[in-house]
Design a protein around this ligand. Structure first.
Ligand SMILES: *Cc1c(COP(=O)(O)O)cnc(C)c1O
Length: 377
């Protein structure tokens, strides 16, 4: 049992289990997406766990994220796909990072860095097949494909993958999913024709990996499902197990008289004499302020409501007139697996008009990450 004021307990066995769920649903290999510190779960322990559980490779947004994993000794294939002009392509090449480029400018910069080091860069190409975000724009594709073939011919790059990202993957039956796949397949065919064949093709994020095995190609690229959150709630949970449990130690218990207001603005007035508990978790820790008065916590087997404004560092729970036997030092579960009726990250997301991706990935650094299970490092 943890003894920190605020703890995010990460169940590595759940993450390993979720890799298995994804591999069997997608019927293909997995590139585990561990960007944004593995959606708040901790990039390094998660990377080690998913690789031990059978994921073939890793994906991140920034080169800096890839370099941190390399420095920590992770030698798996890592693809990084988001680069601004200050990106360290030289460092990526030095460390064998697969650089997924989104434009001719990025490709030219990678080629220049490879030439400077008199070496060959591993490059993937991200094609914009309809998301209209990152990826090579349709009107630039012919030029980029030519430049890639030229760079391959002169030995400055190896072409690893063509990839794209779905705009509506969480609507499994939307026709755009298949259209995007067709556009990607035709980009791969262009590269083959130009003598720069990609070694692998990948499209599918978590929702597509779980619901559209026909889009699998050579790899799927799940993120959120690894962490046990269903990306398509209306299709169920796919047997995924949520990996993060956020819990706080009860900091203070005190009596309150009927008519007294709680926290900033006194947005909640005690309707009766009651007992309240203060928890050391607030919006600086990733508890959304708009959740004020709209959440519960679990203490032991009791589910108790939050009252008053959520502050930067703390929030208040109404324990009821008898105090429910709650003592300072008891642990309150803010969200977890949902088993036994406890609150989930999805509950927070639904109450605040966002998605559970945002909830777990913004849990702050004051929540000490504690790891359970896993195959050991
Ligand atoms: C974040 C990301 C993913 C993972 O998406 P999930 O919905 O979390 O599975 C896959 N591919 C790319 C390019 C991404 O940016």
């Amino acid at each position: 049992m943890t003894s920190h004021a605020l703890t995010a307990t990460i169940d590595l066995d759940a993450i390993a289990h979720n890799v298995g769920v994804l591999r069997s649903a997608a019927r293909t290999d997995v590139m585990a997406v561990v960007k944004a510190d593995a959606y708040g779960h901790g990039a390094l322990p998660v990377a080690r766990t998913v690789l031990a559980a059978g994921a073939r490779e890793l994906g991140v947004a920034h080169i800096t994220e890839a370099l941190e994993l390399r420095e920590a000794g992770v030698d798996a294939h890592i693809t990084a796909w988001l680069h601004s002009p200050s990106a360290d392509f030289g460092g990526a090449i030095d460390n064998g990072i697969d650089i997924a480029v989104s434009s001719g400018r990025q490709l030219a910069a990678v080629v220049a860095a490879a030439k400077e080091q008199a070496t060959t860069a591993t490059v993937s190409v991200k094609v914009d097949t309809g998301l209209n975000r990152s990826g090579v724009a349709a009107d630039e594709w012919a030029d980029v494909a030519d430049a890639l073939a030229k760079a391959r011919a002169d030995g400055s790059v190896t072409v690893r993958a063509v990839m794209c990202h779905l705009a509506r993957g969480d609507e499994p039956d939307h026709p755009l999913n298949s259209q995007q796949a067709q556009r990607l397949d035709s980009a791969a065919a262009d590269l083959r024709r130009l003598g720069a064949p990609p070694q692998v093709v990948h499209i599918a994020n978590s929702p597509a990996a779980l619901t559209r095995p026909d889009l699998g190609r050579d790899l799927v690229r799940p993120g959120i499902a690894l962490y046990g959150r269903t990306p398509v709630p209306e299709r169920g949970d796919f047997g995924l197990i949520p990996a993060m449990t956020l819990s706080a130690e009860v900091a203070l218990v005190k009596k309150l008289s009927a008519g007294q207001g709680v926290s900033y603005g006194h947005t909640w007035i005690a309707p009766r004499d009651t007992v309240i508990a203060v928890l050391p978790a607030g919006y600086a820790d990733g508890v959304p302020r708009p959740l004020s008065g709209r959440f519960t916590v679990r203490i032991g087997d009791r589910v108790l409501g939050g009252v008053g404004r959520i502050c930067m560092d703390q929030l208040v729970i109404d324990l009821g007139p008898d105090g429910g036997g709650v003592r300072e030092g008891d642990r309150a579960e803010l969200f977890g697996t949902g088993r036994g009726g406890g609150p989930t990250a999805k509950d927070w997301a639904d109450a605040t008009g966002t998605i559970d991706y945002e909830i777990v990935s913004t849990i702050g650094a004051r929540a000490v990450r504690e790891y359970q299970g896993g195959s050991g490092e």
